[in-house]
Design a protein around this ligand. Structure first.
Ligand SMILES: *[C@@H]1O[C@H](CO)[C@@H](O)[C@H](O)[C@H]1NC(C)=O
Ligand SMILES: *[C@@H]1O[C@H](CO)[C@@H](O)[C@H](O)[C@H]1NC(C)=O
Ligand SMILES: *[C@@H]1O[C@H](CO)[C@@H](O)[C@H](O)[C@H]1NC(C)=O
Ligand SMILES: [Zn+2]
Length: 493
């Protein structure tokens, strides 16, 4: 049980926490729905209900999603530099148990490295994995197996993830996601590196199985660790686009492969595995105020949770925890009806790229009406709405605002918010009640990895001491805090 004393002084609550988990487990699966807030879940559930049962409005037949059932507690997410965190600072808290500044990848505000739960698992003899639908070297996966002063240093993060420049060697046995551009040399088209280092060749030399497309992914289910799968140069496709285009694995497929391969590699061992799975693009759809897309990404997160839950019922030596790093979009449902979202089959991002590549000779309005609006669910847009869309800062911004208004949802920001997020968890049988009893209540995001540390009987501080020893000798591997950052749209994810 967690024993906590709260001392309220001058409006400041000092919370002391001594974590002693009553739950033990061999494996921990930790799932991060990036940018997912409470309204995201309602929005996805009502859209799923409409699609699965054909009902919506005041009294729909509810199609329950897996996460609905699993809430345990709530978590505060502020960072050391802002009430509103980014994924790097929140990830550093959730992975390594330290508050830091926005942009920090498992380093303190003073720039010193702090050991993560995944690194403690690896050094403790467990197998480890990271799965994400965005660049595998982006902030949320990065904090588990890399330490850099600025999240923009993704090429440095990639080097550390493979053990090329991590002082303790490779801490991860399985990496599945996007972000190939950080691994390929500057001579390759699309590379994000400024040097000629070929990390894909390095991985193969070191014995990793490397997969780079859908077909190679399909062969991975029988592969042995270590395993590197990179299926896009940067972010992978949004689920709604992927479903149509079919050229990448889904998050659910990657999660299944990761769990099966890690389980197969450890089932005869005393020690199990730690796996982090990130549903990364709920956040991106939130930044884009893209309502159907945000709901479909959230639905996919629920499908992953549903599968993991069933897997845990068959493997009760495993627990699952899941919490967003922060909410994105300030989403409110003030008159929400999913009906207008139903015909939407592509993301704003995909349709903007179709629009930007339209044939020069076509009439803009005709092209918008024939090739863009139907795929966004706006085939019946009025002349006024078409005018609004054509006059907006981009057609994507115009469409997102028309569709959001029709569906009765509002976005109060294009960035993140500081609203508390929900902690979810699952364990099989009687262990489930024990997990709920351990974790009921309110938490600071730094407290969560300490709980997992206790469940798996690991030592994160020992990792920190090893990393500090390395950084005292030479801290150049930590990179610089002042780095120009590539990002989807220039805002801090
Ligand atoms: C690629 O990297 C090498 C160093 O590894 C550098 O000498 C060269 O100028 C770079 N080329 C480009 C086009 O950036
Ligand atoms: C399990 O791992 C072994 C090697 O330890 C491998 O030969 C086998 O193909 C794997 N099986 C599956 C189903 O992944
Ligand atoms: C969805 O599209 C169909 C035609 O494909 C149309 O009849 C229907 O009105 C559309 N529904 C909405 C809510 O726009
Ligand atoms: Zn974000």
């Amino acid at each position: 049980m967690h024993i906590r004393t709260a001392v309220a002084a001058a409006g400041v609550a000092l919370i002391q926490s001594a974590s002693a988990a009553s739950v033990e487990a061999k494996n921990v699966i930790y799932i991060v729905p990036d940018g997912y807030g409470p309204a995201s879940q309602n929005m996805a559930r009502d859209l799923a209900s409409l699609i699965e049962t054909g009902t919506s409005g005041a009294n729909p037949e509810i199609h329950e999603l897996a996460v609905d059932d699993l809430a345990i507690g709530r978590v505060r997410t502020h960072s050391a530099s802002s009430m509103i965190t980014d994924s790097a600072a929140s990830g550093t808290a959730f992975a390594a148990g330290h508050k830091s500044y926005n942009g920090a990848i498992s380093v303190t505000p003073e720039g010193l490295p702090v050991g993560s739960i995944l690194e403690a698992a690896k050094l403790g003899g467990l197998k480890t994995g990271l799965v994400s639908t965005t660049s595998i070297s982006d902030a949320t996966p990065a904090v588990y197996a890399a330490h850099v002063a600025n999240r923009g240093s993704q090429p440095l993060i990639a080097e550390q993830q493979l053990g090329y420049s991590h002082p303790l060697g490779s801490m991860v046995d399985l990496l599945l996601g996007g972000g190939r551009c950080n691994f390929s040399p500057n001579t390759t088209e699309g590379s994000c590196r400024s040097d000629g280092l070929d990390l894909l060749a390095y991985a193969e030399e070191k014995g990793w199985t490397v997969a780079q497309d859908r077909n190679e992914f399909d062969a991975l289910s029988k592969a042995e660790l270590p395993l590197l799968g990179l299926f896009a140069e940067e972010s992978m496709r949004y689920e709604m686009d992927r479903k149509v285009l079919q050229d990448e694995p889904s998050l659910l497929e990657m999660a299944k492969t990761a769990v099966n391969v890690l389980h197969n590699a450890t089932r005869r061992n005393e020690k199990g595995f730690f796996l982090m799975i990130e549903a990364a693009r709920i956040d991106h759809a939130g930044h884009a105020s893209d309502p159907a897309n945000h709901a479909i990404e959230t639905w996919m997160y629920n499908d992953v949770i549903a599968w993991v839950r069933e897997w845990i019922d068959k493997h009760p030596d495993t627990i699952m925890l899941s919490a967003a790093d922060h909410e994105t979009g300030g989403l409110t449902l003030n008159g929400y009806d999913p009906l207008p979202l139903r015909n939407s089959t592509h993301s704003r991002e995909h349709l903007e790229s179709v629009w930007n590549n339209r044939p020069e000779s076509t009439d803009e309005e005709d092209f918008l009406r024939s090739d863009i609006l139907p795929a966004y669910g706006l085939d019946d847009a009025s002349d006024d709405q078409v005018k609004t869309i054509l006059e907006a800062s981009s057609i994507g911004a115009g469409m997102a605002s028309v569709l959001s208004a029709r569906a009765g949802v509002d976005w109060s920001t294009g960035g993140h918010t500081s609203v508390d997020i929900t902690l979810h968890g699952y364990a099989a049988g009687r262990k489930r009640r024990a997990l709920q009893a351990d974790l009921a209540g309110g938490w600071d995001n730094t407290e969560l990895p300490r709980y997992i540390e206790d469940v798996l009987d690991l030592d994160m501080d020992a990792v920190t001491r090893k990393l500090r020893k390395a950084s005292e000798k030479d801290s150049s591997w930590l990179g610089k805090r002042d780095v120009a950052r590539r990002s989807l749209d220039g805002c801090d994810h």
